[in-house]
Design a protein around this ligand. Sequence first.
Ligand code: G3P
Length: 217
Amino acid sequence: MKIFIDSADPQKIGRLAASGLVDGVTTNPTLMLKAGLRQKDAITRICRMIRGPVSVEGVGETAEQMVKDGQEFASWAKNVVVKIPMGQEGLKAVRALNRKGIKTNVTLVFSVNQALLAAKAGATFVSPFVGRLDDIGENGMKLVEEIMQVYRNYGFRTQVIVASVRSEAHVAQAAKAGAHIATVPPEILEKMFLHPLTEKGIAKFKEDWDAAKKGQK
Ligand code: G3P
C-alpha cells in the first residue's frame, strides 16, 4: 500500500519525505489555510520534494471552472493531480480533464455509488473519507472494503485513497482492506514508527550493552 501525506506544509512533508516512505501528498483548502502559504508556492515547493502524485484542490462550482483551475494547477508541476469534489459538475470536469491527460482525484466520497460513478467517469483516484463517516456514527472502513469489492468486480483501474484518516488503526485497516493508498496526517505517520515495546527494548539493549562493556577487561 502506498502512503501519502495529508498536509500542505512543505516543512513537515520534507521531514517525513527523508524517510523515503512518502509516495505522494494530498492537500485541500483547509490544509492550505493551516499551512498559511500561497497555494502555488506551497505546491511548487512540495512538488520539488515529492516525485509521486500531489493532489491540489480548487473551489470552482461549475465543470468549466474546475477544468480551467485544473489546467492551471497541472501547469505548476508534472506530478500535480487535480482534486475534484464529487457531484455531477465534478464528474463532468473529470471526463474533460481525463481527455486532456490530466490526472484527477475525486474527493468527498461517502458512498459506494459515488465511488462507482467516479470510476466510470475515469477518475485516476477516488477518496472515501473514513473519519468523517465514523464521526456521524457510520463505519468508514466498511465503505472502503465495499468500494474495493466493486472495483475488483469490474476491473476498474481507479485507485482508492483512504482519506480523513484519524488514527494508526485506520491505516492498518486500509492495508487489510487492500486499499491502494492511505493519505495520512503527519502526526499519525510519525506514530506509526512507534510501539512502547520497541522503545523499551531499545533502552534495555543499550543498558545491557553499557553494563557488558563495564564488565569487560
Ligand atoms: O484529504 C482530505 C481529508 O483527508 C480530510 O480529512 O480530517 O478533514 O476529515 P479530515
